[in-house]
Write a protein that binds this ligand. Sequence first.
Ligand SMILES: *[C@@H]1O[C@H](CO)[C@@H](O)[C@H](O)[C@H]1NC(C)=O
Ligand SMILES: *[C@@H]1O[C@H](CO)[C@@H](O)[C@H](O)[C@H]1NC(C)=O
Ligand SMILES: *[C@@H]1O[C@H](CO)[C@@H](O)[C@H](O)[C@H]1NC(C)=O
Ligand SMILES: *[C@@H]1O[C@H](CO)[C@@H](O)[C@H](O)[C@H]1NC(C)=O
Ligand SMILES: *[C@@H]1O[C@H](CO)[C@@H](O)[C@H](O)[C@H]1NC(C)=O
Ligand SMILES: *[C@@H]1O[C@H](CO)[C@@H](O)[C@H](O)[C@H]1NC(C)=O
Ligand SMILES: *[C@@H]1O[C@H](CO)[C@@H](O)[C@H](O)[C@H]1NC(C)=O
Ligand SMILES: *[C@@H]1O[C@H](CO)[C@@H](O)[C@H](O)[C@H]1NC(C)=O
Ligand SMILES: *[C@@H]1O[C@H](CO)[C@@H](O)[C@H](O)[C@H]1NC(C)=O
Ligand SMILES: *[C@@H]1O[C@H](CO)[C@@H](O)[C@H](O)[C@H]1NC(C)=O
Ligand SMILES: *[C@@H]1O[C@H](CO)[C@@H](O)[C@H](O)[C@H]1NC(C)=O
Ligand SMILES: *[C@@H]1O[C@H](CO)[C@@H](O)[C@H](O)[C@H]1NC(C)=O
Length: 419
Amino acid sequence: MTRTCPFVVGIACFAILGCVTVVQSQVTLEVTEGNSTCIKAELSASFSITYDTANGTRTVTVPLPGSAVVGVASSCGGDGRSPWLVALFGDGHALGLSFSSNDSLYSVANLTLQYNLSDVSTFPEANSTDVVTVETTSVGMVARVNTTYRCISASSVIVGGATVTFSNVTMEAYMTGDDLSPNESVCTADQIFTTAPPPPPSTTTAAPAPVPTPPGTPNQGSYSVSNSNGTVCLLARMALQLNISHFSASQNKTIQEVVNLLPNQTTSSGSCDPTSATLVLTQGSATNLSFLFTLNTTSNRYHLTGLSVVAAWSDMTAPFITSNSSLDYLRGSLGRSYMCISEQTLAVDHNFSLNTFQLQVQPFDITRGQFTQADECQLDQDNMLIPIVVGAALAGLVLIVLIAYLIGRKKSHAGYQTI
Ligand SMILES: *[C@@H]1O[C@H](CO)[C@@H](O)[C@H](O)[C@H]1NC(C)=O
Ligand SMILES: *[C@@H]1O[C@H](CO)[C@@H](O)[C@H](O)[C@H]1NC(C)=O
Ligand SMILES: *[C@@H]1O[C@H](CO)[C@@H](O)[C@H](O)[C@H]1NC(C)=O
Ligand SMILES: *[C@@H]1O[C@H](CO)[C@@H](O)[C@H](O)[C@H]1NC(C)=O
Ligand SMILES: *[C@@H]1O[C@H](CO)[C@@H](O)[C@H](O)[C@H]1NC(C)=O
Ligand SMILES: *[C@@H]1O[C@H](CO)[C@@H](O)[C@H](O)[C@H]1NC(C)=O
Ligand SMILES: *[C@@H]1O[C@H](CO)[C@@H](O)[C@H](O)[C@H]1NC(C)=O
Ligand SMILES: *[C@@H]1O[C@H](CO)[C@@H](O)[C@H](O)[C@H]1NC(C)=O
Ligand SMILES: *[C@@H]1O[C@H](CO)[C@@H](O)[C@H](O)[C@H]1NC(C)=O
Ligand SMILES: *[C@@H]1O[C@H](CO)[C@@H](O)[C@H](O)[C@H]1NC(C)=O
Ligand SMILES: *[C@@H]1O[C@H](CO)[C@@H](O)[C@H](O)[C@H]1NC(C)=O
Ligand SMILES: *[C@@H]1O[C@H](CO)[C@@H](O)[C@H](O)[C@H]1NC(C)=O
C-alpha cells in the first residue's frame, strides 16, 4: 500500500493536470489566537488564471509559493464571524478559505482568490492594472469535527476565470489541540486509491482484453451500500459503459476504448452520510468507478456531483485515473428515486465519459431496502411522448377516413335516390 500510493499520486497529477510542469511547494499555514492554533493547513496549490491582453486572452499557471504567509485578516472566528485563513503571496495576491461547521462536520464554506494584474512579471501584457477578486462557495472540502481533512489527490476548484488546483492537502479547522488530529477524514478521491490501488502496468492482470469493435449494450447490475448497522442506505441498478481515451500500447497511439462494466464480476461498496453518499463499483483489479451524490438540504434535492475512475486495462501503458467533483447529473428529489431508462452520457472530462442505460438510483432516504417512486428523466418523458403523438396522429387519421367514408356513403345514397 505505502509503495503504490506515491506512484498513484504521480499518475493522478499527470492525468489531471495534463502534465503541467509547475514547481509545487508544500506550504504550511497556521492561524493562531492567543497561544492556541485554530486552523492549520499543509498543502500545495497552483492557480491557472486567464486574463485580458491587448490582443486577446492569456492563461498563466502560478504556484502558491513556499514564501506565502498568513495574512492579518485571518481569524479564528467567533462573534458571528467565520474562521478565515488568508495566505498572501507575491505582489498583492491572496488565497482565502473561510470555514463553517456544526456539531458533526466542518467545511470550507467559501474560497476567495485575489490577484493583482499590475504584477507584470506574473501577468505579462495585461491590459488592466486591477486587483481582481473572485469567490466561490463550491469547494467540496468537508470533514468530521475533530478530524484532519486529508486529500492527497489533486482536486480543482473553479473560481471566476481561474482554476485552483490543490494537492497533498492535510488541514484542520476548529482545532482543539495545537497539532493536527491523528483522526482523518479522507476525501473521496483518496478513498478510491486506497481501497483499490491499480496494479503496476507491468504485472499480468486479469484485465479484460480490449475490444476492438464497440461492445453491445451492457447488462444491468444491481448494487447497494449498507450502513455500519447493516441498513441499506443506497440502491442502484444500472447498465454502465465506460468510454476512455488513452494511449494504446499495441497500436502506439491514442485510441477511444469503449468497455462495458460486467455486473457479475463487479462488487459494490461505499458509505452514507446525512448529506453525501458514495457508491464504489469495483470490477476485478481492472476497473474502479466511484459515484458521489450530495443532498441539498435547502431544496431537498440530490444530484451526482462527483465521478472518479481508475482503469488499468491490458492495452494501457499506465493506469488511467481521472475525477471530476463539480458535476450536476442524475437530479432527484429526497424521498424519491431517480430513473432514466434511455441512454445518458455523463461527460466527466475530455478523456472519459460514462454511458448509462436502464438506470435507477436512490442515494438517500431508503425505506425497507426498496426503491421508492421515481423521478423520471426528461429523455424518458420525451421517448414516452413519441408513441403518444404517433398514436394520436393515427387516431386522427382513422377518424378522418371514417368521416370521409360516412359522407361518401350518404352522398352515394342520395345519388341512387335521384335516379
Ligand atoms: C500564552 O502563554 C504564556 C506562557 O506560556 C502565558 O504567559 C500567556 O498568558 C498565554 N497567553 C494567552 C492569551 O493564553
Ligand atoms: C500579440 O500576442 C503575441 C503573443 O501572444 C505577441 O507575440 C505579439 O507581440 C502581440 N501583439 C501585440 C500588438 O501586442
Ligand atoms: C482589455 O482587452 C479586452 C479584449 O482583449 C477588452 O475587452 C477589455 O475592455 C480591455 N480592457 C481594458 C481595461 O483595456
Ligand atoms: C500590485 O502590484 C503592483 C506592482 O507590482 C504594486 O505596486 C501594488 O502595490 C500591488 N497591489 C497590491 C494591492 O498589493
Ligand atoms: C466568504 O468568507 C469571507 C470570510 O469569512 C466573508 O467575508 C465573505 O462574505 C464570504 N462570502 C460569501 C459569499 O459567503
Ligand atoms: C471535539 O473535541 C472537543 C474537545 O476535545 C470536545 O469538547 C467536542 O465534544 C468534540 N466534538 C466532537 C463532535 O467530537
Ligand atoms: C442504522 O443507522 C442509521 C444511521 O447510521 C439510522 O438512521 C438507523 O435508524 C439505524 N437503523 C437501525 C435499525 O438501527
Ligand atoms: C466515446 O467518446 C468519444 C469522444 O467523446 C465519442 O466521439 C464517441 O462517440 C463515444 N463513443 C460511445 C460509444 O459513447
Ligand atoms: C510509435 O510512434 C512514434 C511516432 O508516431 C514512433 O516514433 C515510434 O517509433 C513508434 N514506436 C513503436 C514501438 O512503434
Ligand atoms: C458474466 O456474464 C457474461 C454475460 O452475461 C457471461 O458471458 C459470463 O460467463 C459471466 N461470467 C461469470 C463469471 O459468471
Ligand atoms: C451538519 O451539517 C451537515 C451538512 O452541512 C448536515 O448534514 C448535518 O445534519 C449537520 N449536523 C447537525 C448535527 O446539525
Ligand atoms: C440548494 O438549493 C437552493 C435552492 O434551490 C439553492 O439556492 C442553493 O444554492 C443550493 N445549494 C447548493 C450548495 O447547491
